[in-house]
Design a protein around this ligand. Structure first.
Ligand code: IMP
Length: 182
């Protein structure tokens, strides 16, 4: 089964497709701009986004909204993660956390799926922490500064572990399970 994936982020599509292949599914990237609502929850952003895109395309489609939520920064950058990454990057986040002891954080992913039956949203979360320096060169975005709880390596150092444990893995699996024929 092929479903459209509305995004300009090829990394997201590649990661989701590795997981979807395990369910005999794939996502086909489509570059379509949709308005991102201002909201604090990734589920709200993904749900509203996919509703908009479906109205344009009238074909089964997903939109993913994801972000990094840091406890000591009251969940910043959260749903503004893409914008903040462009402005200050991993280095800027490390500066904001300079001298901060509580380095707990989580990545969240929400995948909105829409077809003629309406919108469903699937969520995934991975808990971890922010190391004191950037480590690793794989992946994208904040991967060099995110270390999941069950590993000593960042996602950028260990993409195989990211594939097994990520927020995107969890949300994509829920979607694929819902769409797979029983
Ligand atoms: P959006 O979902 O397109 O709004 O973008 C979310 C932003 O959060 C991305 O541009 C990245 O900066 C960051 N992000 C989301 N998922 C990941 C991930 O798996 N690794 C690293 N950064 C991520």
């Amino acid at each position: 089964m092929e479903v459209l994936f509305a995004t300009s982020n090829t990394n997201k599509v590649e990661e989701a497709n590795k997981i979807a292949a395990e369910y005999g599914m794939s996502f086909q990237q489509v570059n379509i701009i949709y308005p991102e609502v201002r909201a604090e929850s990734v589920s709200k952003v993904a749900g509203e986004g996919v509703r908009y895109v479906y109205e344009k395309l009238k074909r089964p489609v997903i939109v993913e909204d994801s972000g990094l939520f840091i406890d000591a920064l009251n969940d910043f950058p959260g749903t503004y993660s893409a914008y903040v990454f462009k402005r200050i990057g991993c280095e800027g986040i490390l500066k904001l956390l300079d001298g901060v002891e509580d380095r707990r954080a989580r990545f969240k992913s929400a995948i909105g799926y829409c077809d003629k039956k309406g919108v469903k949203v699937y969520e995934g979360v991975v808990e971890g922490s922010i190391p004191c320096e950037m480590r690793g060169s794989k992946g994208f975005g904040y991967d060099p500064i995110f270390k999941p709880l069950d590993s000593e390596k960042t996602f950028a150092e260990d993409p195989a572990h990211k594939n097994r444990a990520s927020h995107r893995r969890k949300a994509t699996e829920l979607l694929c399970q819902a769409l797979s024929p029983r």
